[in-house]
Design a protein around this ligand. Structure first.
Ligand code: HEM
Length: 515
């Protein structure tokens, strides 16, 4: 009874004072929200190109980047992509200053984390042992590893490609996936596993599973993602892939450790698996399962990127068979000087093939954007534009490749474009300029106008390996095969543009015959 009276009194008092209470709440809300509302939007002055996420996927990211680049190539514009974060596309002229910013301002791992939907796929985006091992062990070993890589390239091509002098229709993309996985695997997992079907399946299809999961999650509203990810078969499959890789790696790792313990003359294998085993402590690996994650991580970075670039080259050759004799002669000449060995020098001397491949990268870049970084701390560009934390920045690499201020006749595929640039270095104003022309005109080089391998401290560390491997595959194909389009196909197959990506159509075929 007493409680009822208390409530009644309280109610009466509230009723009497509600205007004062409502005013107080309103004032409090204003005090809390007003600074937010009045704070100038740091992105307000930046023009937006495109019509939202759906338009980006439907109309195609490429058209949107090109529209933005043509209008604002000296400045900054915004595009709505499949990312959750706001994306600012900045002019390549800022690259030299952006390159100097530390990782706690511009984060490579932060951008990858969102691209891989790491929060939901549970795939670690920051594995410093990988770039470290590639830089400190793989690249410096290439000179003595080249013969080993070449042996595997030759054998893989013999196993996968037609061995007849009759013209044969070949789905080159699927063949190259296996050839690249075997040849890379020889250095990634060693001779015990590089042709093992379980390894080949993992190294090829882990990327497919991960990208499928990412694609589905990108099209799921952010609030639903934690629930969808929990039940998504593709996300569950990623964990199964790690377990399967662990299953095939463990016996090999155990055998290597046993041999090292028992045999005083044991020579450790010269491969990525061993280098990572040897640096496990340094990078604080919790257990051997990390080895499986590392191997899948390196396959993700290496196998499809290398295969797509090489498929682009084969589709181009099939449509331009007239350039084959010239490239074949280039390869023969370089090998004649090295006694037939695929030495580093011989591959450097394949200058026309090098130029052809660099032109393939220019004409068919895999992505419209490069140098993707998450901004962690605010900074100001030299034009006065402040870039706030939380956004992703990137550079419109694809559109730049077709800019006539940068490349003469950019819409013409000129196999010798970079060869001619290197040869014309004599006309350069100074020795420094000549050296710069040579350095920037190579397949492996990165620069403010060559961004397919990225730029700055996180530029692809595997590109030296990739370039050698691709040259070995291309040189072997040129020496031993004729290549042309399938009857009825005229011209070069169009690439497929999916969002900001551009990939050769994996279903297409070409004709090959053994010489
Ligand atoms: C044609 C083949 C390849 C292409 C086009 C390619 C492209 C790229 C690009 C664009 C990046 C990001 C760079 C940036 O944002 O600045 C990258 C990073 C990376 N790539 Fe490659 N890549 C290729 C092959 C490889 C291979 C064969 C390996 C391993 C041997 C590899 C290992 C890596 C690693 C570990 C990173 C991360 C670098 C870091 O964390 O600092 N890549 N690659």
């Amino acid at each position: 009874m007493a409680a009822t009276t208390d409530y009644a009194t309280l109610y009466r008092e509230l009723e009497a004072r509600w205007p004062a209470i409502a005013t107080t709440i309103l004032v409090l809300l204003m005090v809390l929200l007003l600074p937010r509302l009045l704070r100038p939007d740091p992105l307000a002055g930046i023009p937006v190109v495109g019509d939202g996420h759906k338009g980006f996927m439907k109309r195609g990211g490429w058209a949107i980047y090109t529209e933005g680049y043509n209008k604002f190539k000296e400045g900054v514009f915004r595009v709505a992509t499949a990312r959750q974060s706001k994306v600012l596309v900045v002019s390549p002229k800022f690259l030299p200053e952006l390159k100097k910013l530390p990782d706690d301002v511009l984060s490579f791992a932060g951008a990858v984390e969102e691209s891989m939907q790491s929060k939901y796929t549970k795939i670690d985006s920051d594995v410093p042992s990988l770039p470290h091992t590639v830089k400190t062990s793989l690249t410096p070993s290439l000179a003595h590893l080249n013969p080993t890589i070449y042996n595997e390239v030759e054998e893989a091509m013999r196993l996968e490609l037609p061995q007849t002098a009759d013209w044969t229709e070949v789905n080159i993309n699927s063949k190259l996936l296996r050839i690249v996985a075997m040849a890379s695997g020889r250095i990634f997992v060693g001779p015990e596993l590089c042709r093992d079907e379980a390894y080949l399946d993992a190294s090829i299809n882990y990327t497919v599973d991960l990208m499928t999961a990412v694609h589905i999650l990108q099209f799921t509203p952010p609030w639903l993602r934690p629930i969808v990810a929990r039940f998504l078969p593709q996300v569950k499959k990623l964990q199964r892939r790690i377990q399967e890789a662990d299953n095939f790696l463990r016996p090999v790792v155990a055998a290597r450790r046993r041999e090292a313990a028992e045999n005083p003359d044991y020579q450790k294998p010269d491969d990525m698996l061993q280098w990572i085993i040897d640096s496990q402590q340094k990078f604080g690996a919790k257990d051997d399962k990390e080895l499986a994650k590392n191997q899948l991580g390196i396959s993700f970075a290496a196998i499809h990127t290398t295969t797509l670039t090489t498929t682009n080259a084969f589709y181009t050759l099939a449509a331009m068979p007239e350039v084959i004799p010239m490239l074949r002669e280039d390869v023969q000449q370089a090998l004649a000087e090295s006694g037939g060995e695929f030495t580093s020098l011989a591959m450097q001397n394949m200058k026309k093939l090098d130029s052809f491949m660099k032109e393939v990268l220019r004409y068919y870049p895999l992505s419209a954007a490069s140098f993707q970084r998450r901004v962690l701390k605010p900074f100001t560009l030299s034009n006065g534009q402040t870039i706030p934390p939380g956004v992703i920045i990137e550079v419109p690499a694809g559109s730049m490749n077709y800019d006539s201020d940068i490349h003469d006749e950019p819409y013409q595929f000129d196999p010798l474009r970079y060869y001619k640039l290197r040869e014309s270095k004599g006309a350069a104003a100074s020795a420094t300029k000549a050296a710069e022309v040579v350095a920037n005109s190579q397949f492996v080089s990165v620069g403010t106008t060559s961004l397919t391998f990225g730029y700055g401290r996180h530029a692809c560390p595997g590109r030296f390996f990739a370039v050698n491997e691709i040259k070995m595959v291309m040189a072997t194909a040129l020496l031993h095969y004729d290549i042309k389009n399938v009857p009825g196909v005229t011209g070069r197959y169009e690439n497929m543009q999916i969002g900001a990506q551009s990939v050769p159509d994996p279903k297409k075929t070409i004709m090959m015959r053994k010489l």
